[in-house]
Design a protein around this ligand. Structure first.
Ligand code: 1GP
Length: 255
């Protein structure tokens, strides 16, 4: 299948310097607020929406995605916390493998269960190597996946995983500190991975200010994800600041 959403993401990131993705966790936003939030975020410069949750207690996943799709021209992509998070309403799904872990369920088990469903729904699957980086405390992603994150002071271990992901053919690498992380992925890790590896990088988890987002882009991120910060304050003014910081970076990793 043509990776049209993937290509759209890459071309947006390339033309703007980097792209801004906003995570919507259906457990953390009232479904009635989705249309206004998504509409305003799109107008403020968001390039795409990720939808997913580590638990998904909310039973209206399809409706959440459909409501988001109705109010944005940007891609709406599933960022699944489990195999129940698949919906025909989405434009694509990040087909994640948690390669920093050694838990077979999250490396290949869930993927085998999900693949036939994704095929039946004709969803675009974007293969994504998911790499957890230690954030100073146990995050939901770490606890739920029963895996150890990569130590934040060991960029060489992150690079080795990223290279393995590249050689295995993954299309994206997601460097994740975990939703609501106390400390985001260190720039040292992002720049080491970007220097050694040509797969586009998504960076997320604990990014709380536009400056912090800009530093991640300058270090080599092609995509920045924020979730928690906008759950606290989803004002268009703040979203605009994030978008403009992400879209006008000063790349330092290649200097
Ligand atoms: C989590 O990377 C995303 O998977 C976003 O994290 O909620 O901390 O912004 P935050």
């Amino acid at each position: 299948m043509a990776s049209s959403i993937y290509e759209k993401l890459l071309s947006t990131s390339k033309s703007k310097g980097a792209a801004y993705l906003v995570l919507i966790d259906p457990d953390k936003i009232n479904g009635n607020d989705i249309p206004d939030f998504v509409g305003a975020a799109t107008a403020a410069g968001v390039d795409g929406f990720l939808i997913g949750s580590s638990l998904l207690l909310d039973g209206t996943f399809d409706n959440t995605i459909a409501a988001a799709k109705k109010h944005t021209s940007a891609p709406v992509i599933i960022f699944p916390g489990g195999i129940q998070q698949i919906s025909k309403e989405a434009d694509a799904i990040l087909f994640l493998s948690l390669i920093s872990g050694r838990n077979a369920e999250h490396l290949i088990g869930s993927q085998v269960l999900a693949a036939p469903v994704i095929k039946r729904l004709n969803l675009e699957a974007i293969s994504t190597a998911y790499i957890l980086i230690d954030s100073g405390k146990i995050t939901a992603a770490e606890f739920m996946s029963n895996t150890k994150p990569i130590p934040r002071n060991k960029p060489e271990i992150a690079v080795a995983h990223a290279l393995a992901a590249e050689y295995l053919g993954f299309k994206l690498i997601y460097l994740e500190a975990g939703s609501g992380a106390e400390q985001s992925v260190p720039e040292e890790i992002i720049s080491a991975v970007a220097k050694n590896c040509s797969v586009p990088l998504i960076v997320g988890g604990g990014i709380s200010t536009p400056d912090e987002a800009q530093r991640k882009v300058s270090a080599g991120a092609s995509f920045i994800v924020t979730g928690t910060v906008l759950e606290k304050n989803g004002s268009p003014a703040l979203i605009k600041k994030f978008a403009s910081a992400i879209h006008s970076p000063r790349r330092i990793y290649s200097q």
